[in-house]
Structure formats: C-alpha cells, structure tokens
Design a protein around this ligand. Structure first.
Ligand code: FAD
Length: 363
C-alpha cells in the first residue's frame, strides 16, 4: 500500500503554513519547542548535528558559583522554572531525566572553610549551602580540609532527553535533519517563506552555529570549547558530585563524568590530547583510586562576552528571532529564556534587558 507522510504531503503540495520555524535542536531549540507545544502552536524544526554542546553537557544544575561562593545570576529564579519544566518532560515521555545529586565542594584551606561559613549565612545562599563542614573520609578522595555540602543540586540527562524529544518530533514529522540554508529565506509582509513553507517567525537556536548566520553573526559570542571524560572507577563509591579542580559526577555503577576544560582558542569539536591531559592531571590531584577512561567528548559552549543570554527579535527583520548565549549553564537558563521569548513574541511582554540583544545596539 502506498503511504505518504505528513511532511512529504506538504513538500509535494508546497503549501504548508506553520506558526514557527525553529533552527537548531539543542537545549535552546528544545525549550522553545516545548513552549510551542504547550500553547498548541504549529512548527517545524531544522537540525543538522553540526554542534554537540547540549548532547555532551554534564547537565549539572547548581545556583551557587563554587569558586567564589556567590549566587549564580538569576539562579534561584531559573531553577524555580527549570525543575517543573523538566518534570513535565519526564511525564510526557515517562522517563527520568532529573537526577537529584548533592554537591560536595572540597576545601583547599581553612580560609575557604571560613568563606563558606560566611556565605552560607547569606539570604540567597542559605537554603543551598549546608553550614556544617563534612569531615568524613571517603575512599580514594583527598580532602584534607573537608567538604562543603550544597543541597538541591542535580543533573539533567540532556543526551537522553534530547534524543527522546527528537524521536517524538520525528514520529510527528516535525523535524528535518538537514542544514538550514539562510539564503533560502523569502521575506513576506507578515512572515517568511522557506522551501515552500510559510511561517510567521523563524527562531534561531544554533548555539555556536550562530557564527554562520548572516542575520545574527555580529552578536558578541565568546565561545569556549569544553571537554569531558567518562571514567569507570570501581573503587570510588560516592553518590554526590565532587567539585575540586574539576567535577566528578556520578552516573551510577561506578561510572563518572569528569570535566570540564575551557579552551577559548580551539574551535573544533574533536576531543584533544591537550584536553585529556588537563583533565587527567586535575582529576589525579584529588582522586587516588585506579580508573579507566571510557569516553572523551567535546563541545562548544555558546558563551557571550558579558555572560548573559542572547534573546530577542532582529532589529530590521521582525520575522527573525534568536535564542542563544546559554553559555555554561544551559540547563538552568533555557526554560526561563524560552518562556520570556515566547511571551515577548506572542504577547509583546518586555524582555529582560540583561538578556535582550538590544543591549548590543550600536549607539
Ligand atoms: C563540555 C561541556 C560541559 C557542559 N556542562 C554543562 C553543565 O553541566 N550544565 C549546564 O547547564 N550546561 C553545561 N554546558 C553548557 C550547555 O551545554 C550549553 O549551555 C547548551 O548546550 C547550549 O545549548 P544551545 O541549544 O544553545 O546550543 P547547542 O547545544 O550547540 O545546540 C545548537 C543546535 O543547533 C544546530 N544547528 C546549528 N546550526 C544549524 C543550521 N544551520 N541548521 C540546522 N541546525 C543547526 C546544532 O547542530 C545544534 O544541535 C556544557 C557545555 C560543554 C561543551
């Protein structure tokens, strides 16, 4: 029996109309798509697998900067939205993606312990930072000055989440696994046309892919490549995230993710020997048990010069919008900025000036 898919049907008749075209399906694109599905908007997605950031990410969420013991920018507000957001996706696909894991920060000195005490008393931090210093010894971990414990932290399994979401879109024929061609956009009075499909808006969520986008490439991205190792350490038996020179994140069955590096020069996506050596050296500065490296991965974080997201509508082409600049904390930021952009487009509500791309408007 001859069967024709929904997508092929429209490709043949070239008359498809949707509310949105989304370019890129990392954490930014997925979060915006969820907003669209929640509001019964029609859309199609383009995804070309050119970037890996959301797939390789540690997926950690934590509203405290563990170098200085200060609050993460809008961390509490972001988490308030993010945790229910991921819970809803868990329900949608009947799977667990959010693993609640406390974080243990290894103190380098007594001075750091004192700084922790002082910070744990502050209003924005007290519900996360446990005031008691942990002095318990754990096999294979060097922590002479003990640990500070952070509560309400965890890991989103971004790889499984994106893979399941993509499978759902494929089933519904809503995702095209190909590159979006910027030269193919036809501008209409009330929208755009791309390859025969009309839409009111295109939302670009390309991560570091933005540098190829002729409409937004001049925004000041200051991307940072990151690399991670997955190790198997049978004698290391902890169910908390260890934060020292690098983080060691438990995945279960004595598997751990170790990361991450920051490289501001290398723009390739390949795992490097330099990255591997750096991670091993830092890991072995506080872990003494034997381990085997199982995998090494790399991605480019779409970091912005002022460390704030890139959200908004193009100054000249009102049909084009951007959701990018999630930097080092996509898991926490994406649910909030996707909602803000959606409400901005649909209801005209104001964007947060700190995220709005208008801040880069030339005087
Ligand atoms: C090593 C590493 C560790 C990290 N750890 C954490 C962590 O623990 N916690 C945390 O919150 N964040 C972490 N991050 C940061 C986080 O991964 C990013 O903030 C987030 O992934 C950015 O999501 P994005 O959707 O904006 O970009 P991306 O994930 O890069 O997604 C963009 C998508 O657009 C697609 N695309 C681009 N151009 C085109 C085109 N022309 N046509 C079609 N498709 C296109 C790409 O293929 C890609 O899938 C980490 C990042 C790295 C690299």
């Amino acid at each position: 029996m001859f069967e024709i898919s929904f997508k092929s049907f429209f490709l043949i008749f070239k008359s498809m109309k949707v509310d949105y075209i989304i370019v890129g399906f990392g954490l930014a694109g997925m979060s915006f798509v969820k907003r669209l599905e929640d509001n019964n908007k029609s859309f199609i997605v383009y995804e070309n697998s050119s970037q890996t950031s959301s797939n390789v990410a540690g997926g950690v969420y934590n509203p405290v900067v563990l170098k200085r013991f200060t609050p993460v920018w809008q961390g509490t507000e972001q988490l308030k939205l993010a945790l229910p957001f991921y819970k809803e996706i868990e329900k949608k696909f009947n799977t667990v993606y959010d693993f609640k894991i406390p974080t243990y920060r290894i103190f380098k000195s007594i001075e750091e312990q004192n700084n922790w005490f002082a910070a744990s008393d502050k209003p924005k931090l007290s519900s996360y930072m446990d005031v008691n210093i942990i002095t318990k010894k754990y096999n294979g971990i060097i922590a002479k000055s003990g640990f500070g414990k952070l509560n309400h932290t965890g890991r989103i399994d971004t790889k499984s989440l994106l893979s399941d979401y993509k499978a759902h879109l494929k089933k519904e024929d809503l995702i095209y696994l190909e590159s979006f061609d910027y030269t193919g956009i036809e501008f209409l009075e009330d929208g755009v046309k791309y390859k025969g499909v009309s839409a009111s808006k295109i939302v670009f969520c390309e991560g570091y892919g933005m540098h190829k986008n002729p409409f937004f490439k001049d925004l000041p991205m200051n991307e940072a490549k990151g690399e991670l190792l997955t190790i198997h350490a049978p004698e290391l038996d902890v169910d908390f995230l260890i934060k020292a020179a690098v983080f060691v994140l438990p995945l279960g069955n004595h598997y751990y993710k170790v990361g991450a590096t920051f490289n501001w020069h290398d723009k390739t996506l390949h795992p490097s020997q330099e990255g591997r050596d750096e991670l091993i050296e830092k890991l072995e500065s506080f872990i003494t048990v034997p381990y085997k490296i199982i995998e090494q991965t790399a991605g480019i974080r779409p970091t912005v010069k002022d460390r704030r997201p890139l959200v908004g509508i193009h100054e000249k082409y009102g049909q084009l919008a951007i959701l990018n600049g999630l930097g080092t904390r996509g898991v926490m930021i994406a649910p909030k900025v996707s909602l803000e952009l959606y409400k901005h487009i649909e209801n005209g509500s104001a964007l947060d000036p700190e995220s709005d791309i208008k801040r880069f408007k030339k005087a």
